[in-house]
Design a protein around this ligand. Structure first.
Ligand code: PEP
Length: 246
C-alpha cells in the first residue's frame, strides 16, 4: 500500500531562540515538497516559540511522560505538550532507553499516552552493535517492538523508527539489505499486532541519514521515511533529505 513519506528531524539537546531562523528556513523549504510529511522535534523549551514562528508546520517533542500529571519533577505530560502546540512526539529513543534506563514497558506506556493525546507518535527501536555482530539483530528488535507496542488503542497516528544504535550520530549507516530485512520483519510484526491497520503504520529509518545517502535509503522497500538527527539542524542538510523523499 502507498504510505506518505514522513521525514522528521530530532534536534536532541540543541537549539535556543536564535535558532528559530533555521526552523523558519526549514519550514519554508518543506512547503515545496507537499507530497512529503515532515516536522521537527525540538527541545521542550523551544516548542512554543517554534509553533508561533512556523504556524502549520509540525513541531514535536522528543519525549513524554506517561502520567497525566503528578509529582514527576522535570517531566512533561502530553497535555502540556499539546498545550504548547506540539503535534508529534518521539518515544523510546535509544539515547533515553540507554541514559535514562527506559524500559520497553515504560516506552509502551509513553506511546499510549502520546497517542491518547492525539500526537503523531514515533516509537523508536534498534539493536546495539554487539547484537548486530552476533547475528541477532532481527529477533532482538522484533522482541523489543512486541513489548514496546501500545495495545487496545487507535494506532492511526503511530509511526515506527528503526534506528540501529551503532548508526546514530556515528556516520555509519546500515546497508540497504540490512535495512530492507529489518523493515520487512517489522512490517510483519505490525500486521500481526494490528491486522490491516498495521499496514498503514510508517516505518522510518534513522541513523546517520545525510543528503548523500537519503535517496538510496528511501528506495529500500518498506522504508517510509526517516528520523534524522545531526543533519536536521541546518536547512542546507535537512531540505535535500526531504527532497530525496519526494
Ligand atoms: C537520531 O537522533 O534519531 C538520529 C538518527 O541521529 P543521527 O541522524 O545524527 O544519526
Amino acid at each position: 500500500m502507498a504510505r506518505t513519506k514522513l521525514v522528521v528531524g530530532n534536534w536532541k539537546m540543541y537549539g535556543v531562540g536564535s535558532d528559530i531562523a533555521e526552523i523558519e528556513a526549514i519550514a519554508a523549504s518543506a512547503k515545496k515538497f507537499p507530497q512529503v510529511e515532515t516536522g521537527l522535534c525540538v527541545p521542550a523549551t523551544l516548542i512554543e516559540r517554534a509553533v508561533r514562528a512556523v504556524p502549520g508546520f509540525p513541531i514535536g517533542a522528543q519525549d513524554v511522560h506517561f502520567a497525566e500529571k503528578g509529582a514527576h519533577t522535570g517531566c512533561v505530560a502530553t497535555a502540556m505538550l499539546v498545550d504548547a502546540g506540539a503535534t508529534m512526539a518521539i518515544v523510546g529513543h535509544s539515547e533515553r532507553r540507554d541514559a535514562q534506563r527506559e524500559t520497553d514497558d515504560e516506552v509502551r506506556q509513553k506511546a499510549s499516552a502520546a497517542l491518547d493525546a492525539g500526537l503523531l507518535t514515533i516509537l523508536c527501536v534498534g539493536e546495539s552493535l554487539t547484537v548486530r555482530e552476533a547475528g541477532d539483530a532481527v529477533p532482538n528488535v522484533e522482541r523489543q517492538l512486541d513489548s514496546s507496542l501500545p495495545r487496545g488503542i487507535d494506532v492511526s497516528k503511530l509511526a515506527l523508527a528503526y534506528e540501529p544504535i551503532w548508526a546514530i550520530g556515528t556516520g555509519r549507516t546500515a546497508t540497504a539489505a540490512d535495512i530492507g530485512e529489518m523493515h520487512s520483519a517489522l512490517r510483519r510484526r505490525l500486521r500481526a499486532a494490528y491486522g490491516d491497520a498495521g499496514d498503514e503504520i510508517r516505518i522510518l529509518y534513522g541513523g546517520s541519514v545525510k543528503p548523500m545517502n537519503a535517496a538510496e535509503i528511501f528506495s529500500v522497500k518498506d522504508v517510509d521515511g526517516a528520523l534524522v538527527g545531526g543533519a536536521s539542524l541546518k536547512a542546507a542538510d535537512f531540505v535535500p533529505i526531504i527532497e530525496a523523499a519526494a
